[in-house]
Design a protein around this ligand. Sequence first.
Ligand SMILES: Nc1ncnc2c1ncn2[C@@H]1O[C@H](COP(=O)(O)OP(=O)(O)OP(=O)(O)O)[C@@H](O)[C@H]1O
Ligand SMILES: [Mg+2]
Length: 622
Amino acid sequence: MSAQRRPDIVVGIDVGQTCSGVAYSIGPDWSEPRTLNRWPSNVGIEKADKVATRVGYTKDTNKQKNWGFESVFADEGVNVREQFKLTLDADYEDDRGFTCHDARQWYLDYLRCLHGEIEKFFDASIPRWRNMHVEYSFSTPTTWKNPAMIASIEELVKSAGFASTSQQSVRMALTEAEAAAIEASTTQYRTNEIFLICDAGGGTTDVNLLKVKSTSNKIELEPLDHVEGVPIGSTLIDFRMAEHIMKRLHLIQDHLDGDIYCLADEMLTGRFQIVKHSFPNPVVDQFWLDVKGLAGSHTFPEAGIKDSRISISRTTLTEIFDQQIGQIFSLIDERLLALQADSPAEQVSYIILSGGLGSSPYLYDQIKKRYQENVGFRSANTSQIQIMKVLEPQLAVVRGLVRERTQRLGTPVAAGPEVFETRRCRNSYGAIVRELYNDSKHRGLPIVQDMHDGRQWVDHVVDWFIKRGQVIKVSEGVRQPYGATISGDQVEQPRRAQIVMSSLPVERLPVLSTDSGCKHVVTVDYKLTNNDMKLKNRQMWRLKKKYWRAEFFFVTIIGPADFRFQIEGKNGVLSSSHESLKVEFVDSSDEPLSATVSPRAWSAQDPFNSPGQTNGRAVRYA
Ligand SMILES: Nc1ncnc2c1ncn2[C@@H]1O[C@H](COP(=O)(O)OP(=O)(O)OP(=O)(O)O)[C@@H](O)[C@H]1O
Ligand SMILES: [Mg+2]
């Protein structure tokens, strides 16, 4: 959640599947974001724009030994853990068999070291920084769709030290695609131009369609679609190549010293990375990699090995690239076709590539062929499209993170504009309510006869108050009216709203919270105030009790990666702020790690009213 105090230093942190970037800016002038580029390594200091996302644990004791560039596979006493970002999400299936719990432990240990390194850097370069308020903005991968999961990652980040003093705070900020878009828009584009940013990194590829609202000094972007991401990236190219090499090494297994999997993995560092990064150049029929674990000079024609070097044909590498690029095409096609269906008159001026894979010359050529030269794809919105690259593609996300925050912070006397005045949610969200039976909507569902009013109700109905892709004004959020009839003895009772989410297409949203495709994500406990209720003079039905009629708005404020809730009376006056509510995110993958991360409670699904209450209906107004 955003910090209350104005930050003096904003630090952007983008933890990637392969490497992580850190950028910062110092107020009140908010200089251009600068990046940390010196990192500890086994040879002293390594100069690099990003630090490897790796942690090493001693094999015999499983104690953390090192991190970043210090963790190397050649160190036989150490288990190196890497590429765990995607595995942090319990819904992601890790082919290697690692669990989300493993990944969270590695992430925590990695972040502790990263935090220590940032502190060291500030100690050496910014006088008195420990008296300043430092705000750490973390990018969120687009593949993390569940706000409950993001909330538990936020807890993990905090326990790694990023909120260890009152001078430090953490903010789960923009998705990687949004942050990269901000950086892209600083250089090249004009007001009203539409672009599709495609951030293709080591493990994820995200796309986002945006319209430039303003570029003069301040950046304002309007999302035309929700962001979408898939687990596709440059490390998948490595993975497929490792599979290919393993198959061939298998043929000469008896001559090799070492495990085939480890040898293949080792063969992908060094020269292969150079080949991959410059592909499709130079134009050669094959390239050669040294075979690891094969001492001396040996030739095995059956495995394509000559003088202990294995040949990889251009066709093989092309096929592997094409598999990944095919999936990136699908992602882009889908967004462009959705735009065509929604707004056929809008013209997309650019596809902008960022991220490591986004800097691949082969990806650039293929994207150009498909979308600019229309080989295999055509849409009404792309007749003038051009393909561009972000400057410094691997740093776009972390720089964009810092820019977004510092622009908004503005000067001490005047806040700056939001980059995104509107947002489009990646999921649909709803509250569980009891609804009056309506034959066209509820036919076939279980009916509850109310003992007091004799009317027929349906429980566990989801009132979808945010639909995926819907435009939401950031400053206003979503205000959904609810009502309840409350007897006198229950006026003071805490009430509970259960919020569920669904990633299904809007036309297929479930009716009941118990239907598949519906996931419980947040529980909000609140009390209604005098501002929300009116005493009714009539006596309550046959019970002859006084009763109150509550009418209020349940307000959801959409942050970059978080939600805040509040209750407003019918008169629009705030009754309960977010801080006064008890908000519990429900991440089913939460398990305690060996640190101070508290598991979140799961509670049974109750309707949108007091648990166990019979006459406190929450009714959605038509
Ligand atoms: N020219 C290139 N062609 C193909 N791959 C490249 C190129 N340059 C860098 N890469 C790859 O990009 C990856 C690093 O890119 P980046 O820093 O964007 O990834 P990341 O942030 O770690 O991943 P992600 O954002 O998916 O979590 C590495 O796998 C690297 O090999
Ligand atoms: Mg990245």
